[in-house]
Design a protein around this ligand. Structure first.
Ligand code: SME
Length: 159
């Protein structure tokens, strides 16, 4: 088992260390499921105040649940539906302070209050989305968004 102890006190340092751990874990490994599984576990262990962290994959134009940490979740999400579907359709990051105010939000876990979804794109095509949920309203800042976009670009090479 890999033992990464990443200090969460300073966000900039935390994302720097998280990215270097993720690059190390995925380097030379071609299996996308293995890489998503380790990324979800690393994010879950490192980022405080999450109740879900994981991936939905683009399978023939539909989002299908991938490796994650947290409670069992909805399996299939159409493009355009909910926060993940909006990210998939627009290829834009969705940083939602209050999911209950987001039209069409899919409540997989009633505890979720805020959400960050990052599209993972390669050669202009959506491969997957990274989805993070938190029980705290407005949990995700611009710094989290930038950190998770950087995670997304590492993952676009690892999927
Ligand atoms: N809330 C998401 C669905 C996925 S779960 O949060 C794991 C959404 O609206 O897309």
């Amino acid at each position: 088992m890999y033992d990464f102890k990443i200090e969460a006190a300073d966000k900039a340092v935390m994302y720097r260390d998280l990215l270097s751990a993720l690059e190390g874990l995925t380097a030379g490994e071609p299996d996308p499921i293995a890489n998503m599984a380790n990324a979800a576990a690393l994010i879950w262990e490192t980022l405080p105040d999450l109740n879900w962290a994981g991936f939905y994959r683009n399978v023939d134009g539909e989002l299908v649940l991938g490796p994650f940490q947290g409670r069992p979740a909805c399996i299939r999400i159409p493009f355009g539906k909910g926060v993940c579907g909006a990210a998939a359709e627009t290829l834009r990051v969705q940083r939602v302070e209050d999911v209950h105010a987001f039209p069409g939000h899919i409540a997989c876990d009633a505890a979720s209050a805020s959400e960050l979804v990052v599209p993972i794109v390669r050669d202009g095509k959506l491969i997957a989305v990274l989805d993070l949920d938190s029980p705290t309203r407005a949990r995700f800042t611009e710094e989290d968004e930038a950190g998770c976009v950087a995670i997304g670009s590492v993952m676009s090479r690892a999927l």
